[in-house]
Ligand binder design. Structure first.
Ligand code: AMP
Length: 594
């Protein structure tokens, strides 16, 4: 056994130890968080001058959950804003907060500030190592190999009070922990830091691809934070390959790379290699004829797997990812948020559709709000809003039950609802294995209809089935609940690849309409208080424009998730300008049984 696998076994055995006594570890974790932050303004408000140090951890746990209320991020925002404005008194944590992370705010939300501390970077390093150890067991890689990693750190900036702000990944890439990882890891990112932090995602993507090909024989796996970035990169590659091959042959760098630092760093890795350039060019010609099927294994012959978040809002990109990846294993990456890491994928060999995330009980104190879908039955269709009850601690969750995740973190969030819905699919020792279901927030709603992102995803997936009879591919989608004219109606925007026949697209439109299984929607459609659904086909590149819009407004490429529903006027403007064809479903005739 070499050193690395010793380290792998060590970290897995640490994890097994805490997983098998997770209930006790959680009680201790909460005790530790409260002890470290004893006396901060927020806790004083709810716990007064309680002598935490003298209390039994179990007694403290029940007192804490009975005295401190469940909150959402908005309730903590006034404290976080004071920190951002430079208030140095202990508001949420005793350790001064010098860095704030921007969470993506997900679906249509605005970015939120979340405190980032040393603990955040440490837990990131720890979950990366743990996850790599589980992956190496199932898919061993060659030590010293490389990773073609589509990662992007965004700009850090200063808040009014002089704190450093940026995405959590940006802080991590700038941290001591990332340096440690780079020194001790078994495989290295192909791109130098100047490419990762270049600030222009198109330029970085070009360089990631170029360097990935230069080191193609050494690449052990392809990765990104969210699967979207890999799909986006290979879609760009379909247009860029000839230019990239020229650069490989001549040892030059395309003029499209304008960042001086990036140019210098990448040129430092290049030297003319006509043999490699011609070889790749030949393969690309062949691949182009095959619509880039299996491009990853064909160009990276030693690649063992593709690793990225493929669950939740990334599921719609899975089909395209499989197209590019061929027979390679697709490994779904871990579950976390800017607020805290949550769970690790301990079964990397299972397919992304079956991916589960095993909660790491030392990272935060986790609670779970049981959610019950209000089953309003109608012709066998039933999916509606949630009914919730009191949260339960980690060790008391039940298999099959859905929950919303609540976090108490080392970074000063106390009983904060994350807004994610998960289902418990089993246990690893005493700690639950979670399946990610969706964001809890409703996205499509006009009156009594209620649809989550997942409901929309399912409707779009079913509605796109008629496309399988054709060569048309659904590239991306979003939606809007339009109330400009009465009755209001849903608009679904589709970008497709290939010429769509009118009758097929009209069929898709009808299919999407009847694929919303929400009772409120069905009733409203039948009574015509919601009008026929509209399917708008947008021109090629529209979703790239949306990405560019978000990036130019400060979003980070590595964190980007296409908003699945929007009422943002700028976005609607882009979508409407780019719409080339519109379809309306007819009167709502029958509701289907699935
Ligand atoms: P952010 O804080 O911007 O990084 O976004 C965090 C959110 O991304 C989480 O709350 C989830 O909704 C989503 N997310 C993170 N990891 C996963 C995963 N493995 N599967 C599905 N969704 C995820």
């Amino acid at each position: 056994m070499n050193n690395s696998s010793n380290e792998d076994e060590e970290i897995i055995s640490w994890f097994e130890d805490i997983a098998f006594k997770a209930a006790c570890v959680q009680t201790q974790t909460l005790h530790q968080i409260l002890e470290q932050n004893f006396g901060v303004e927020y806790l004083k408000k709810w716990l007064g001058d309680l002598k935490i140090q003298d209390m039994e951890p179990c007694a403290l746990e029940s007192l804490y959950t009975s005295l401190v209320p469940l909150v959402s991020h908005a309730d903590l925002e006034p404290y976080i804003q004071r920190i951002a404005d430079g208030d140095q008194s202990p508001l949420l944590t005793q350790e001064p907060i010098t860095t704030l992370s921007l969470s993506s705010g997900t679906t249509n939300g605005r970015p939120k500030y979340v405190p980032f501390t040393h603990h955040s970077a440490q837990s990131t390093l720890q979950i990366f190592r743990l996850s790599a150890a589980f992956r190496s067991r199932a898919f061993p890689i060659r030590p010293g190999g490389r990773i073609l990693e589509f990662i992007y750190s965004s700009k850090q900036f200063q808040t009014r009070g002089g704190l450093t702000a940026g995405t959590a990944t940006t802080h991590y890439y700038a941290s001591e922990e990332y340096e440690i990882k780079q020194k001790t890891t078994r495989a290295f990112t192909c791109s130098p830091p100047e490419v990762i932090s270049g600030g222009d995602y198109s330029q970085s993507t070009y360089c990631h691809l170029l360097l990935g090909l230069i080191y193609s024989e050494q690449v052990e796996f392809v990765a990104s934070t969210f699967a979207y970035s890999i799909v986006q990169a290979f879609t760009a590659f379909e247009e860029l390959w000839e230019e990239i091959c020229e650069d490989i042959k001549k040892g030059t760098l395309s003029d499209r790379i304008t960042s001086p630092k990036m140019r210098e760093a990448v040129l430092g890795c290049l030297s003319p290699n006509p043999l490699l350039g011609f070889k790749i060019e030949e393969k690309c010609r062949e691949l182009k004829g095959l619509n880039w099927l299996c491009v990853i294994p064909k160009l990276w012959p030693n690649c063992k797997y593709v690793y990225s978040i493929m669950t939740g809002s990334m599921q719609p990109y899975l089909r395209k990812l499989m197209h590019y990846s061929g027979d390679l294993a697709l490994i779904s990456a871990d579950y976390g948020s800017t607020e805290s890491w949550i769970g690790v994928n301990v079964d990397p060999a299972s397919s992304p559709e079956k991916a589960t995330f095993t909660v790491i009980p030392t990272f935060s104190y986790f609670e779970f709000i049981p959610l019950y879908r209000l089953q309003q039955k109608h012709n066998c269709l039933a999916v509606d809003d949630f009914l919730e009850v009191e949260p339960v601690p980690l060790a008391q969750v039940k298999v099959g039950q859905e929950y919303e995740v609540v976090l108490t973190t080392f970074t000063g969030l106390y009983r904060c609802r994350l807004g994610d819905v998960v289902q418990v699919s089993g246990f690893y020792g005493e700690t639950p294995k979670l399946t990610f279901i969706c964001r809890r927030k409703l996205i499509l709603t006009i009156n009594i209809d209620k649809n989550t992102e997942r409901d929309l995803q399912v409707a779009v997936e079913r509605g796109s089935r008629p496309l399988s009879k054709t060569k048309i591919e659904l590239v991306d989608f979003t939606s809007h609940a339009s109330v400009t004219h009465q009755p209001g109606h849903y608009i679904i925007y589709w970008e497709i690849k290939g010429e769509g026949e009118e009758d097929i697209l009209a069929e898709c439109c009808r299919e999407i309409d009847v694929s919303f299984v929400d009772y409120g929607y069905i009733v409203s459609r039948k009574s015509n208080s919601i009008g026929p659904l509209e399917l708008c086909i947008v021109e090629n590149g529209t979703f790239k424009k949306i990405l560019d819009y978000f990036i130019s407004n400060g979003a980070a490429m590595g964190q980007f998730k296409t908003p699945r529903c929007t009422s943002n006027p700028d976005l609607l403007n882009i979508l409407d300008h780019c719409t080339t064809r519109r379809f309306r479903s007819t009167a709502y005739s029958s509701c289907r049984k699935f």
